[in-house]
Ligand binder design. Sequence first.
Ligand SMILES: O=C[C@H](O)[C@@H](O)CC(=O)C(=O)O
Ligand SMILES: [Zn+2]
Length: 278
Amino acid sequence: MDIRQSIHSEHAKTLDTAGLRREFLIPEVFRPGEFTMTYSHIDRIVVGGIMPLAAPVVLPASLGKTYGVDFFLQRREMGMINIGGPGWVQADGETFEVDSEEALYLGQGIRELSFHSADAANPAKFYYNSAPAHARFPSRRVRRDEAVCVTLGDAASANRRTIRKFIIPDVLPTCQVTMGMTRLEEGSLWNTMPCHTHDRRMEVYLYFGMDADTAVFHMMGQPQETRHIVVRNEQAVISPSWSIHSGVGTRAYTFIWGMVGENQVFDDMDHVKVADLR
Ligand SMILES: O=C[C@H](O)[C@@H](O)CC(=O)C(=O)O
Ligand SMILES: [Zn+2]
């Protein structure tokens, strides 16, 4: 398991390319037949991918000292979005179908979990964000048409995009996790610009739907001390509360955003004027 410590903005600004990538980039989210885990001490989010092939992927029974609990969701919840082919999840005997680009929320307390692909040649890819949870809310599949959908931006600023909010309080209750998916229109390149921070929540982006010869320059850092990380297809980036999170691609892409922290109010952002960025 990959463990990332919390990081101070004063430390982060001294890092070079390799250092920024070591602290913030999750280079390999999906490994065939595996359950990947990156544990960040920032709000104790766990980020990873589950990619079952012919055999189901089962959560390891014992997670050892890192978690110090009897099973993964004993004191946690988990949100996920499937960016691969159709699949299903078995959770304490209950079956949840999860089609491509649908979400699943799994409440705290679920002990037995297995993940399945309908077709090993077109495997499901469950991308998940998990956070500590203080209460058990019902597990639920969220279909595409159940997500709250908004289209923002314009072609002139190359940021025309549709945001699908799958796991937010308006759709279903969770303790901490909120998740959704933002797709850029052909010819649009920028996400989240003008950008923002939210001291009350951290955020992780997973970029996907990208060809091998494309890249997203993910913008991070304090608004007056920006840095960038070059991100490829199906890589994720951790954004501490003090950091902006925005990106520009060499062509259009899609990303999943997931947030964990104090509040769940999507629009509660501290907006940064482009003129104020450094
Ligand atoms: O706090 C919210 C997140 O940064 C994203 O939802 C922003 C986003 O998807 C976009 O503007 O395209
Ligand atoms: Zn944000």
